[in-house]
Design a protein around this ligand. Structure first.
Ligand SMILES: [Zn+2]
Length: 162
């Protein structure tokens, strides 16, 4: 009996996680403005309980070196919570974060980071495969959304090369 109840609870939890993930992925996709040809189409979402901030890269659009999607949403959450301690927040990024963004992540004490597509060129983990921090978990998600994001980036890079 207990086993059955546990399985039901577990399945409900998994379903809840899936719904949550779909919502996050939907928001990430909505925030990618593919008409903005100047910036690499990358979006980030930061979440704490029911509060979520989503943004895309606006580095070239706003001519600000630190306007990566991750940094924008981290700053949004810092302003909202009125603290630099974001240890209870989760960060989702469509592409692997760069060195600058990992710096911001560590400084704001975020402990969980998820990304969908690797960035061989400037991705922090791709270039520092031995990086380890007991306070930071960075994980790549492999799902349909990862494939979708990969295609989107590929289209972007092939369109700007023309
Ligand atoms: Zn970055």
């Amino acid at each position: 009996m207990y086993k059955i109840i546990l399985i039901i609870i577990y399945n409900k939890f998994i379903r809840y996680l899936k719904v949550m993930m779909n919502k996050i992925e939907e928001k990430l996709l909505k925030n990618i403005d593919i008409k903005n040809q100047n910036d690499i189409p990358v979006a980030a979402a930061i979440i704490q309980e029911k509060t979520i901030f989503v943004s895309q890269n606006t580095q070239y659009k706003n001519k600000k070196i630190n306007d990566h999607a991750e940094i924008i949403v981290i700053n949004n959450m810092i302003a909202f919570l009125n603290t630099f301690n974001l240890s209870k927040c989760k960060l989702y990024i469509t592409m692997e974060p760069c060195l600058m963004c990992v710096g911001a992540i560590l400084n704001s004490k975020i402990r969980e980071v998820y990304y969908y597509v690797e960035n061989q060129k400037t991705g922090f983990l791709s270039n520092n495969p031995n990086f380890f921090s007991k306070n930071l978990k960075i994980k790549k998600i492999n799902n349909d959304f990862s494939i979708q994001i990969k295609k989107l980036l590929k289209n972007y890079f092939s369109s700007i090369r023309k």
